[in-house]
Design a protein around this ligand. Structure first.
Ligand code: GLN
Length: 273
C-alpha cells in the first residue's frame, strides 16, 4: 500500500475515482517490476509519515521532500525527482517579487516543506508563524489567494504550474525559493522493501520523471539521456513511465547537438508502444 495525498497535480490527483499522476505511474511501475500489487490510500499529507512509520502503509509517495526531520522517522529511497518551492501570486496583487513578502499573509499546505520553511524565523529565512496560514490542501491555499485571504502561496513548482493554469489571474514569481529532492518514504525497519525499491529506481525509473519535471535544456538532462539509453540497453527496460511527456521538435533539436540520442529516442525506448 502506498499512502499519498491526491491533491498535488501532476504528481498525484484523482480523475473521478481513479488515481493519476507521476507518482502513481512510478509506483505502478515499481510494483510491476517487483511483482507486487499496488494499493493506494489517500490520506492527509501530514499523516503519511506517521502511517508509514507505524506500518499501516508500506510506503509514502506524495512528491515528498527528503528532510533531516523526516529522516528521523522514516527512511527515504533514492530521489526520483527535483522540486522547487515557488511563490504563486495574483497578477495584479500586492506581492510582485520576493521583496514584497514582508507583512503579507502567506498561504501554504499543512505540514509541507513550504509550510515548515515559511513559518521559520526570519533569521532562518522564513517569515514567522504569524505570517503563515496553513490549509489542508494546496488547492485550498490557492482558493484563499483567489479570495484575498492570503497574498501569496508557497508551494512546489509543478503543482504551482497546474494551479496557475487552472485559475485565471494568477502567476508564479520568477524566483526560486528553495530547491529540494523527492523520494519515497519507507519504514526504518523495512530495509528489505527499501532495497527493492531502490533496485527498481536504479533500473531507470528516475530518469523519465527527471525529464518530465525539469527543463530538458540543461546539461544534467543530457547526462540523464545518456543514462537512460545505457540502462535501456543493459536491462532491456520497457517501463511505460514517460508520463504526459510533451516533446517538442525544439527539444529534440537542442539535445541532438550535444547528446547522442534525441529525447524522442529515449522516450521511445521507455514506452511499449
Ligand atoms: N514537497 C513538499 C513536501 O514534501 C510538498 C509535498 C506535497 O504537498 N504533497 O513537503
Amino acid at each position: 500500500t502506498m499512502a499519498t495525498n491526491a491533491a498535488f497535480p501532476p504528481y498525484e490527483y484523482k480523475e473521478g475515482e481513479e488515481f493519476k499522476g507521476i507518482d502513481v505511474e512510478i509506483a505502478a511501475a515499481i510494483a510491476e517490476y517487483l511483482d507486487m500489487e499496488l494499493e493506494i490510500a489517500d490520506v492527509e499529507f501530514g499523516s503519511i509519515i506517521g502511517g508509514v512509520q507505524s506500518g499501516k502503509f508500506d510506503m509514502g509517495m506524495a512528491g515528498m521532500t527528503v528532510t533531516e526531520d523526516r529522516l528521523q522517522n522514516v527512511n527515504f529511497s533514492s530521489t526520483y525527482a527535483t522540486g522547487v518551492q515557488v511563490v504563486i501570486v495574483k497578477e495584479d496583487g500586492a506581492v510582485q517579487s520576493l521583496d514584497d513578502m514582508e507583512g503579507v499573509k502567506i498561504g501554504v499546505q499543512q505540514d509541507t516543506t513550504g509550510h515548515i520553511y515559511a513559518s521559520d524565523t526570519p533569521e532562518k529565512g522564513g517569515y514567522g508563524e504569524d505570517a503563515v496560514i496553513a490549509y489542508k490542501t494546496g488547492a485550498d491555499a490557492v482558493q484563499a489567494l483567489i479570495t484575498d485571504k492570503v497574498q501569496c502561496v508557497i508551494i512546489d513548482n509543478e503543482p504551482a504550474k497546474a494551479f496557475v493554469e487552472a485559475n485565471k489571474g494568477l502567476k508564479i514569481l520568477d524566483a526560486t525559493w528553495v530547491e529540494e529532492e523527492y523520494a519515497i518514504a519507507i519504514a526504518k525497519e523495512n530495509t528489505e522493501l527499501l532495497e527493492k525499491i531502490n533496485g527498481a529506481l536504479d533500473a531507470g525509473l528516475e530518469v523519465g520523471v527527471y525529464f518530465y519535471s525539469q527543463a530538458i535544456t540543461t546539461e544534467e538532462a543530457i547526462e540523464e539521456a545518456n543514462f537512460v539509453m545505457e540502462q535501456v540497453q543493459r536491462y532491456d527496460i520497457t517501463f511505460p513511465i514517460v508520463y504526459d511527456w510533451e516533446i517538442t521538435e525544439a527539444d529534440n533539436a537542442r539535445t541532438s547537438n550535444i547528446a547522442p540520442y534525441t529525447v524522442t529516442e529515449c522516450a521511445a525506448a521507455f514506452c511499449d508502444t
